[in-house]
Design a protein around this ligand. Structure first.
Ligand SMILES: *[C@@H]1O[C@H](CO)[C@@H](O)[C@H](O)[C@H]1NC(C)=O
Ligand SMILES: *[C@@H]1O[C@H](CO)[C@@H](O)[C@H](O)[C@H]1NC(C)=O
Ligand SMILES: *[C@@H]1O[C@H](CO)[C@@H](O)[C@H](O)[C@H]1NC(C)=O
Length: 469
């Protein structure tokens, strides 16, 4: 059985990485391998070659054999846990975007919160490794398209540093580190990115909160960042966090990829023109990439405009329709246009306005009527039990999203549409928002294996299939 699984997994590598035309074709025909690809049962990591190209960083899932902290498997959360925390992140995004939470900063009386977990960012599940300082120290960072300020934990951890895999960065042992003063324009510009600044004469202090109890607090500084041997940046502005809390466990900090000028892509715009792309791997057993600049962008990328609505750091998109097996669901356009939509690298399950979700669920259930349904999994209410089913015969409908500009993006079947604990509980990986004024979020399950391109100057986001290969 184990051998058979390994063979299936090796075959999946071919499918996902598009080894040959033949493999591509079989992806359509062979549902056995597809269904198996939902269960990341491989205990070893399969590297994608893509990350070896210039200006590319390897992206790994935080939990799984490719993670630098994989020895820590016992601490891996189960699906239920992941989904619960995903909902906490989504709640905080909704609050932030509904303006109840105006600047992303917690009121000062909350500073002394107990060291309870802030979970919003804890489940941003994809990380990259960047060299920081001179001499450089490799640090694993969560990357987040939903925020701007890059920060890492710093010695002497005057407040609190949670445990991390790599040694905590010590600015006093780096020759390229320097603080910003309170009077610097950089300090003055923090507030425009929703980051609070304060003065600890002569140094500029920052505090960034993430809508719940997670935060990082410390000093605004600049430092040398080494992405690859050829891509080295002096004077990258970042937060040296001496008081950090939240479920970032094991991770040195966060790489901010948001839209504000404080974000890493904005700061490196003279080199990369504020363009980056990534591919999130199909499972934790594979790697993806985060690539800065326009190198490697597929000719087949289809672009949709970033919507003009001001969504803080977030990249707004306009979902205009959803199709199941190429049949467009009947969803009035206002269902999407009223709340608007964003794309987020850190939200796991795509959230839709309730009416849109219900239409999708109905169409999906119709196509799946031959299979046995089972109980829901946390926020997922449409689940199937394939125990005893001849997996060769299982087929899933194709789900496609239409974005503004009439671009149609097919989600990878089935890893882009399903979430499974095991063969007896395989669930449709979408959920409805409870309030129709809450923004829709195109989440990271749905983005799997696509090349997702963020083109700052072009004010557009694009998608192409087979982005990890
Ligand atoms: C940066 O500022 C912090 C806080 O004032 C201070 O402890 C540290 O020594 C400063 N580092 C440098 C290199 O000036
Ligand atoms: C499958 O996963 C669900 C949810 O985690 C769990 O309740 C169930 O016991 C599992 N079933 C098997 C056969 O492992
Ligand atoms: C939905 O959200 C809006 C805006 O945040 C709020 O005013 C309204 O009360 C909410 N409706 C419900 C039913 O919760």
């Amino acid at each position: 059985m184990r051998n058979l699984l390994n063979i299936i997994i090796i075959f999946c590598v071919c499918l996902n990485w598009g080894c040959t035309q033949g493999a591509q074709k079989r992806e359509v025909d062979s549902h056995t391998t597809q269904l198996s690809s939902l269960f990341s049962s491989s205990s070893s990591c399969v590297l994608s070659s893509k990350a070896n190209t210039k200006s590319s960083l390897r992206v790994v899932h935080r939990h799984g054999p490719c993670s630098p902290r994989s020895s820590d498997n016992a601490a891996n959360p189960d699906q239920d846990d992941i989904l619960r925390r995903d909902q906490e992140r989504v709640n905080s995004i909704h609050v932030k975007l509904s303006k109840k939470f105006t600047d992303g900063v917690r009121p000062s009386q909350s500073t002394d919160l107990p060291a309870k977990d802030g979970r919003t960012l804890g489940y941003v599940n994809y990380i990259v490794t960047i060299g920081i300082g001179t001499p450089k120290h490799d640090m694993s960072l969560i990357f987040d398209t939903g925020s701007d300020l890059t920060w890492i934990q710093c010695e002497p951890c005057a407040g609190f540093c949670y445990p991390q895999k790599e040694p905590v960065f010590n600015p006093s042992s780096s020759s390229s580190y320097s603080n910003y003063s309170c009077l610097s324009p950089e300090c003055g510009s923090l507030s425009s990115a929703g980051v609070r600044s304060f003065c600890s004469p002569p140094d500029c202090g920052y505090r960034i909160g993430y809508g719940d109890k997670s935060f990082s607090e410390g000093f605004l500084a600049k430092e040398k960042f080494t992405l690859t041997t050829s891509d080295v940046f002096n004077n990258v502005n970042f937060g040296c966090g001496e008081n950090n809390q939240g479920l970032f466990r094991g991770i040195a900090g966060l790489l901010g990829l948001g839209r504000n000028k404080l974000s890493f892509p904005s700061q490196t715009a003279t080199t990369y023109n504020n363009i980056f792309s990534y591919c999130l791997p199909s499972s934790p057993s594979f790697t993806g990439h985060l690539t800065f600049g326009s190198a490697g962008i597929s000719n087949s990328v289809k672009f949709t405009p970033v919507s003009s609505t001001t969504f803080a750091s977030f990249y707004g998109l306009d979902i205009v329709g959803i199709s199941v097996d190429d049949k467009k669901l009947e969803i009035p356009l206002t269902v999407f246009s009223t709340p608007g939509s964003i794309i987020d690298s850190g939200t796991v399950v795509t959230r839709l306005p309730l009416k849109a979700y219900e239409a999708l669920r109905t169409a999906f259930k119709e196509k799946m009527s031959n299979y046995k349904t089972t109980t829901g999994l946390s926020l997922l209410d449409t689940c199937y039990d394939f125990t005893g089913v001849d997996l060769e015969t299982v087929t899933f409908p194709k789900i496609s999203f239409t974005f503004n500009g009439d671009i149609v993006v097919d989600l990878l079947n089935p890893v882009g549409i399903l979430l499974a604990s095991n063969i007896s509980q395989v669930c449709l990986a979408f959920a409805g928002n409870s309030n129709e004024s809450d923004v829709a979020i195109f989440g990271n399950i749905q983005q799997k294996t696509m090349q997702v391109v963020y083109d700052g100057p072009g004010k557009r986001v694009g998608f192409a299939p087979n982005g990890c290969s």
